[in-house]
Design a protein around this ligand. Sequence first.
Ligand SMILES: Cc1cc2nc3c(=O)[nH]c(=O)nc-3n(C[C@H](O)[C@H](O)[C@H](O)COP(=O)(O)OP(=O)(O)OC[C@H]3O[C@@H](n4cnc5c(N)ncnc54)[C@H](O)[C@@H]3O)c2cc1C
Length: 298
Amino acid sequence: MDLKRIVLDLMPDVLVRTFAAPYCAGKGISSGVTKADEIHTKGGLFTTLDLLGEEVFKREDVEATVQVYFRMIEAVKDRPFVSISLKPTQLGINESEAYCQDNLRRIVAAAATHGIHITLDMEDRHFTDVTLRMFKAIRNEFDNFGIVLQSRLFRTAEDIKALHLKPCKVRICIGIYKEPADVALQDKRDMKEKLFEYVQLLLDHGHYPEIATHDEPLIRRCIDHLDKHGVAKDAYEFQMLMGVPRTEVQQEIVKRGQVMRLYVPFAEDWKYAVHYMKRRLGANPAMAPMVIKNLFGR
Ligand SMILES: Cc1cc2nc3c(=O)[nH]c(=O)nc-3n(C[C@H](O)[C@H](O)[C@H](O)COP(=O)(O)OP(=O)(O)OC[C@H]3O[C@@H](n4cnc5c(N)ncnc54)[C@H](O)[C@@H]3O)c2cc1C
């Protein structure tokens, strides 16, 4: 076990909870919905709710997770400014693709009856193929289903070209998982250059890019480029994580009449929030200084 992992495992949960607090709405669906309402009322921002908890292995736990998503759908059905994000590792991918796909399909079908959009988050490279396969199969049936692609992966341009004939909402981000040099870019500047490129590629293929970054110069570069090329403001949106202080640029985007959406995670139990934070810090230790900077800079 490497040193980083040992340090994370030894880190007291209370400290991890302190780190997590600005980035997590709290405990239970109501905390997520309350936060979504607050964010919308205060700043006109949209949200995507995410239930924290990955690596769910037991069938009964997977089913419990599916039931939480059903309750979330009920809770947000009258809020057109809220969408839902979810992950394959919460929904049975560790058991089988067929089982996970069936669970995903149940959730997307339930959400479709209320016009709620569902985004399938992208996890590390081991899940890319299976996630795209499940996405495409379900997207054939339902329009309210979108996916995430990571600009650091070499494969992403091909994945965009092979995505789907129907227009899809695609969150494009650099990717949170550190990936090896044989499959992914290693320099953040290159990943961001690709992100910029993929926004246009997605538009060229008829898709709706959800530009997920906190990098203000990159956001402004995208806006300038898209304005210059006459791209309609409702042909794409911007997304950020709740808790990362970017009020000014977020308000500029809202004033342009565009969707600015925040990712709002909540936990059914704090232990999941702690686990999520530790896993994220483990996958990408570069996050720790950002979190600290944001905590003390607010
Ligand atoms: C809405 C949304 C959904 C996402 N979904 C996925 C997904 O499904 N799969 C995936 O692999 N990745 C996902 N990500 C993460 C994404 O891939 C990046 O890792 C993350 O956004 C940081 O990249 P950046 O472009 O903001 O640039 P960076 O250079 O990493 O960040 C710019 C600045 O933003 C701040 N910042 C960025 N991230 C954080 C953070 N986590 N905590 C605190 N401060 C931060 C820091 O001040 C930093 O200096 C998502 C990101 C967003 C915003």
